[in-house]
Ligand binder design. Structure first.
Ligand code: DQA
Length: 157
């Protein structure tokens, strides 16, 4: 009898983005680069496809909407990649939502918060994440997809 496909192969990787990331490209390009969120989405779609996965890509400037997206991922996602942006450093609500997930959760950041202002050194998201990738710009997202594929066993390139 054929093996049932795993949940991870059936459900997309949810890639969730927090406040102000909609303005990537023009927002503090000296820190975040010139890549737009649309370009990140395109690159993530291609990388996920290489591994045999699909993605759902979303962004919100509102904390409650991010919580709603994470709750939806409970039953609809094979894994979650999240750049909670400023809510990384403030949101217990985002952390509590992440803690309900049973799938892999990868925290990503374009910049490296550890070498920036002190208030960026605390991450609530990290407490609910499988692991964190930060400081590689667009590549942080692509490395996170590679990590998910490694954890879930994606098809090799
Ligand atoms: C960020 C880092 C956060 O500290 C900041 O608030 C952001 C973006 C990053 O991707 O580097 O909005 O998450």
């Amino acid at each position: 009898m054929a093996k049932k496909p795993s949940k991870s192969k059936v459900f997309p990787i949810h890639i969730l983005n927090g406040p102000n990331l909609n303005l990537l490209g023009s927002r503090e390009p000296e820190i975040y680069g010139k890549t737009t969120l649309a370009q990140i989405k395109k690159a993530c779609t291609a990388r996920a496809k290489d591994h045999g996965f699909s993605i759902l890509f979303d962004q919100s400037n509102k904390e409650g909407e991010l919580v709603d997206m994470i709750q939806k991922a409970r039953t609809k996602a094979g894994a979650v990649i999240i750049n909670a942006a400023a809510y990384t450093h403030t949101s217990v609500a985002v952390l509590d939502a992440l803690k309900m997930l049973t799938v892999p959760v990868i925290e990503v950041h374009l910049s490296n918060p550890a070498r920036r202002e002190n208030f960026r050194h605390t991450s609530y998201v990290a407490m609910g994440a499988t692991g964190t990738i930060a400081g590689f710009g667009l590549n942080s997202y692509l490395l996170a997809i590679d990590a998910v594929a490694d954890l879930l066993g994606g098809k090799k390139k």
